[in-house]
Design a protein around this ligand. Structure first.
Ligand SMILES: O=C(O)c1ccccc1NCC(=O)[C@H](O)[C@H](O)COP(=O)(O)O
Length: 243
């Protein structure tokens, strides 16, 4: 049997109808990269098997891009992970109805834990929990509110049957300074669930370093800024992780 390889999830973050990248997830720090549908289709053409699609307005509470995000998801032949502002029955039902493969819950897991536990129980593998951290403190509401201790929350979510975590070091996100490998190792040591790494990837060497964490539980990596800044191409990245 061949060893599992790191899954790559190119990111399309949508703000006000545009594909953007933020620095440290801070509202107002965005650089625009044009049509999010064009970006998503470009990643698909380049061989992506996954798309990580974020509605930043829904995450920040500055409106939403739900219709556009649904249109993009329906246009994809590849798996889509949807994130941003999914916090109640209506937004969860709408997100799942797009046909996405899974959704990320972030704020909801911190502010309405009973509701998040119910979503996990009902939808299993279609729910991932986004753990967005500074140090070991979780953040919600588009990374603006405090949400408790990472490891206490992880233990609670494990006991509720959470299938997978998407772990973002906010201090790294959008900075091209490399992923927080220590954080990822620590999270993998604290849970037996797969972990998707997010934030800070800057080079093919970063992808090689993350690939070495696959045996520890890192299943995938979200790549945003590095692709838009052309630090490497998605084709090069896919080649590195499949080697
Ligand atoms: O995912 C969210 O819900 C979210 C909410 C608020 C701010 C940012 C959010 N996501 C950002 C991402 O998922 C990035 O696309 C990803 O971390 C890639 O980061 P990078 O490779 O450093 O550009």
């Amino acid at each position: 049997m061949t060893a599992p390889t790191l899954e790559l999830l190119p990111a399309v973050d949508v703000r006000d109808g545009q594909a953007v990248r933020l620095v440290h997830g801070v509202s107002g720090s965005e650089t625009s990269y044009g049509s999010p549908l064009d970006a998503a289709l470009a990643w698909q053409r380049s061989g992506a098997e996954w798309l990580h699609l974020v509605d930043l307005d829904a995450a920040f509470g500055t409106g939403d891009n739900r219709a556009l995000v649904a249109e993009i998801t329906r246009a994809m032949d590849i798996k889509v992970e949807l994130s941003g502002g999914i916090r109640d029955d209506a937004t969860l039902a709408a997100a799942l109805a797009t046909g996405c493969t899974r959704v990320n819950l972030g704020t909801a897991a911190l502010e309405t834990p009973e509701w998040a536990a119910k979503a996990i129980a009902e939808h299993g593998d279609r729910i991932a929990i986004g753990l967005d951290v500074r140090g070991t403190t979780l953040k919600g509401r588009g990374w603006t509110s405090e949400g408790g201790d990472l490891y206490e929350t992880l233990a609670r979510l494990d006991s509720e049957g959470c299938a997978r975590y998407v772990v973002t070091d906010i201090g790294k996100d959008g900075t091209l300074t490399g992923p927080n490998l220590e954080l990822l190792k620590n999270v993998c040591a604290a849970t037996d669930r797969p972990v998707v790494a997010s934030g800070g990837i800057s080079s093919l060497d970063d992808l090689r370093a993350l690939s070495e964490l696959v045996p520890l539980g890192v299943e995938g990596a979200i790549v945003g800024k590095a692709l838009y800044a052309k630090a490497f191409t998605l084709e090069e990245a896919l080649k590195v992780v499949s080697a």
